[in-house]
Design a protein around this ligand. Structure first.
Ligand code: RP5
Length: 170
């Protein structure tokens, strides 16, 4: 099966966060590419990755970077595929990366998830694929039900035990 999602990281040091993206895509059985490519250190490679993404069969690109986080923006500048940006907490608690990733000029959007939220990037990519793939959409619906069940169980336990006992048994 051809990969549908491209995960591209500004550095292998982003992998500690981006493994969560890979993990959630794996849980849904969706093929992905994963590689390292820097907007600043390897600019030609970054351009090639984005420009060739459609012909490789990718449907969504997820790009992570910390600091002056321009990788997702460079991807969006060079493809019409949807690009999801993951700001990495490298300096300044990730605020620099969040703003660099999100504050794109009108005409070149990057869908930016929270700082270090690799998991949400994976889920958002799956939701994009789910608009055209009923199997993925059904799995996403089940995922939400499981999540709701888990919160409901916690609420029930807290209401029954009271907060002190709940914290003791946590
Ligand atoms: C960014 O600079 C990378 O995405 C990484 O988050 C940060 C630091 O990179 P390394 O010095 O660890 O390679 O471009």
């Amino acid at each position: 099966m051809k990969p549908l999602i491209g995960i591209i990281m500004g550095s292998d040091s982003d992998l500690k966060v981006m493994q969560e993206t890979a993990k959630v895509l794996g849980e849904f059985g969706v093929e992905f590419e994963i590689t390292v490519c820097s907007a600043h250190r390897t600019p030609e490679r970054a351009h090639e990755f984005a420009a060739g993404a459609i012909s490789r069969g990718l449907k969504v690109i997820i790009a992570s970077a910390g600091g002056a986080a321009h990788l997702a923006g460079v991807m969006a500048a060079n493809t019409t595929l949807p690009v999801i940006g993951v700001p990495i907490d490298w300096k300044l608690n990730g605020l620099d990366a969040l703003l660099s990733t999100a504050q794109m000029p009108p005409g070149v959007p990057v869908a930016t998830v929270g700082i270090d939220n690799g998991k949400n990037a994976g889920l958002l990519a799956l939701q994009i694929l789910g608009t055209a793939d009923p199997d993925i959409a059904n799995k996403l619906a089940r995922y939400k039900t499981t999540m709701a069940d888990s919160v409901n169980k916690k609420a029930e336990k807290l209401e029954k035990e009271g907060y002190k006992k709940y914290l003791e048994n946590k």
